[in-house]
Design a protein around this ligand. Structure first.
Ligand SMILES: [Zn+2]
Length: 193
């Protein structure tokens, strides 16, 4: 099998490009005659262009392609309302004896934890890294934080509530694998932030 070599180059920021573009890289490929595409790989936006494209055209196309990627990401990103709805369902289904209610639930850029709960004001944050993870995974992190509204620590009472969530083991297995995958990437930027 012959793998076609790809020319890759780190683009030198030119004066013709707008300032403060997110990190990107241009990959010229002789295999692509006409097609241009862009996607995010390990946090960096990759713009694929045909080898024969001129520098001038390349500079013109870069901001456009970056914008397409950013718009696509914004569209597919789940909103805070999704979390609020999910929390209401979880409370009704598994924690119906709870009178505690969160005051706000938001996606937040967090690298160390999947979620956090501030009991004093009832706010919950879920790591943006999980935005796009399967629902049963997000729900598991969310129910964990909802339980903290009543039980601060991780003692037997806490787990007696958490055990009510049926997909817990599957979700925890997913999170372990996800964590391993993230740490395997050298200097992995927070892709979902
Ligand atoms: Zn906890």
């Amino acid at each position: 099998m012959i793998t076609e070599p790809r020319k890759s180059q780190k683009f030198l920021r030119s004066k013709a490009l707008p300032e403060n573009l997110p990190e990107f890289r241009v990959i010229r490929s002789s295999r692509r005659k006409r097609s241009i595409s862009a996607l995010r790989q390990n946090g960096i936006i990759e713009i694929h262009i045909p080898d024969r494209m001129s520098r001038k055209d390349e500079i013109a196309i870069i901001p456009e392609m970056i914008e397409i990627v950013l718009k696509r990401e914004a569209k597919s990103r789940s909103s805070d309302e999704v979390l609020t709805t999910m929390a209401a369902n979880l409370l009704a289904t598994y924690l119906s004896d709870f009178h505690e209610r969160p005051t706000a639930i938001t996606w937040r850029s967090m690298r160390e934890r999947w979620g956090s709960c501030t009991t004093s004001d009832g706010t919950i944050r879920i790591s943006l890294r999980l935005n796009g993870a399967p629902d049963y995974v997000v729900a598991c992190v969310l129910i964990h934080e909802l339980i903290h509204l009543r039980v601060p620590g991780h003692g037997p009472e806490f787990y007696s509530y958490l055990e009510r969530y049926p997909d817990r083991e599957r979700a925890e297995a997913f999170l372990e694998g996800f964590e391993a995958g993230l740490s395997a990437l050298p200097d992995a930027p927070d892709q979902l932030a």
